[in-house]
Write a protein that binds this ligand. Structure first.
Ligand SMILES: Cc1cc2nc3c(=O)[nH]c(=O)nc-3n(C[C@H](O)[C@H](O)[C@H](O)COP(=O)(O)O)c2cc1C
Length: 374
């Protein structure tokens, strides 16, 4: 963890409202990374000097560690994520319509348990405004140096029966600006959103997105973009397998596992912040997410790329997800508790792990635990 962050910034978080502290950090990163001098300064401090290249989804990733959805809902700090060394950034969730989200306070932090609870409710500028701001950003700065993924949510006002229109309209408007699109049917803070994980509902949404994807690609004489599905950790293994089957049948390129959990482990019962209503993230969701990664890997014989997210706070956590079957990994809460230095720590630690296991590249570690137990 960065010493500066540990000494000067983390202690002050205790006195700040979680959401305000978060918004300030993203704005600061935007400010610093939109200026050449300060961007260079950030890169010097935070960019890992080791490489762990991996090719996936038609992109080259300098290492497997990226930013999870929700941190940069408006795509404000696109230059920033690259400058602090992340290999890709998922922006959004974006919904077709602009939304304020749920009433505040709606984000709660427990430093003791390295956990957050949020019930943001997809606060975001909506697909039209997002299209304009991304167009402006790309015109000014050019195409970002790292792959940009866009997380697609559903507007609260849109009925579940019209969800396919909501998701596919956002995809159409933002198609030019994302390398990968993630269909998020797993946020717990939009009423009934998780019902869209149901087989038929999900198929309808993916098919609508695939149609838009193919049309946009054809019109521009480009390859279609990769489409992934992001799932919740709160379901049975049978439901999980159903979703994976639908994803494979409809041509999705992978699964993002997982979103936040609505469950509350009993050992957290004394922590008032974590008893708030909403989705729990950070350390307490780590095991649940890793179990799902393991299961998906086994169920698909490692044939479907998995993006592992949930409770990554260190290189050990990242390694656990990779050997369970994740090809790429992401974090949100880890950056809140460990600051931007987390990326360097994770990449350095993963390099050490490869050496310890006599492996030459990160691809060889994906799903390693299944191979070792054969
Ligand atoms: C405040 C907050 C907002 C989030 N917003 C989104 C979102 O818009 N879309 C999404 O798919 N996931 C969202 N997430 C979930 C994260 O992307 C991630 O899946 C989850 O937090 C588990 O990872 P972590 O333990 O590293 O935080 C959000 C998480 C938090 C804490």
């Amino acid at each position: 963890m960065g010493l500066m962050y540990r000494i000067f910034i983390r202690p002050t978080l205790v006195f700040q409202d979680s959401e305000k502290a978060h918004l300030r950090s993203v704005k600061m990163l935007r400010f610093l990374s939109n200026n050449r001098m300060t961007k260079f300064f950030l890169s010097t401090i935070y960019k890992p000097n080791k490489k762990l290249s991996i090719s996936l989804f038609g992109s080259n990733f300098i290492h497997p560690f990226g930013l999870a959805a929700g941190m940069d809902k408006k795509g404000e700090a696109i230059n920033g994520w690259e400058s602090i060394g992340l290999s890709f950034a998922e922006i959004g969730g974006v919904t077709m319509l602009e939304q304020l989200g749920n009433p505040k306070p709606r984000m709660f932090r427990s430093s003791k348990h390295k956990a957050l609870v949020n019930r943001m409710g997809f606060n975001n500028p909506g697909s039209e405004k997002m299209q304009h701001s991304l167009e402006k950003h790309y015109n000014k700065f050019g195409k970002p140096g790292i792959p940009i993924w866009i997380n697609l949510g559903k507007s609260k006002l849109t009925d579940n029966s019209d969800a396919h229109i909501d998701y596919s309209t956002t995809l159409e408007r933002l198609w030019d600006y994302g390398d990968v699109f993630v269909i998020n049917v797993s946020s717990p803070n939009t009423p009934n959103l998780r019902d869209l994980q149901d087989e038929e509902e999900l198929r309808k949404i993916i098919m609508a997105c695939m149609n838009v994807n193919n049309t946009q690609a054809k019109n521009r004489k480009l390859e279609p973009k990769r489409i992934l599905v992001k799932i919740a950790p709160d379901m049975t293994l049978e439901q999980l397998e159903q979703i994976v089957n639908v994803a494979v049948e409809t041509g999705c390129s992978g699964i993002v596992a997982t979103n936040t959990t609505i469950s509350r482990p009993s050992e957290l019962s004394n922590d008032a912040a974590l008893q708030e209503q909403g989705g729990l993230s950070g350390k307490p969701v780590k095991e649940q997410s890793t179990e799902f990664i393991k299961h998906i890997y086994k169920f698909t014989n490692g044939s479907l790329p998995i993006i592992g997210v949930g409770g990554i706070m260190s290189a050990d956590d990242a390694w656990e997800k990779i050997i369970a079957g994740a090809s790429l990994i992401q974090a949100y809460s880890g950056f809140v508790f460990h600051g931007p230095g987390l990326t360097k720590d994770v990449v350095r630690g993963l390099n050490r792990k490869l050496k310890q296991h006599n492996l030459s590249k990160i691809e060889d570690a994906i799903g390693l635990m299944h191979k070792e137990s054969d």
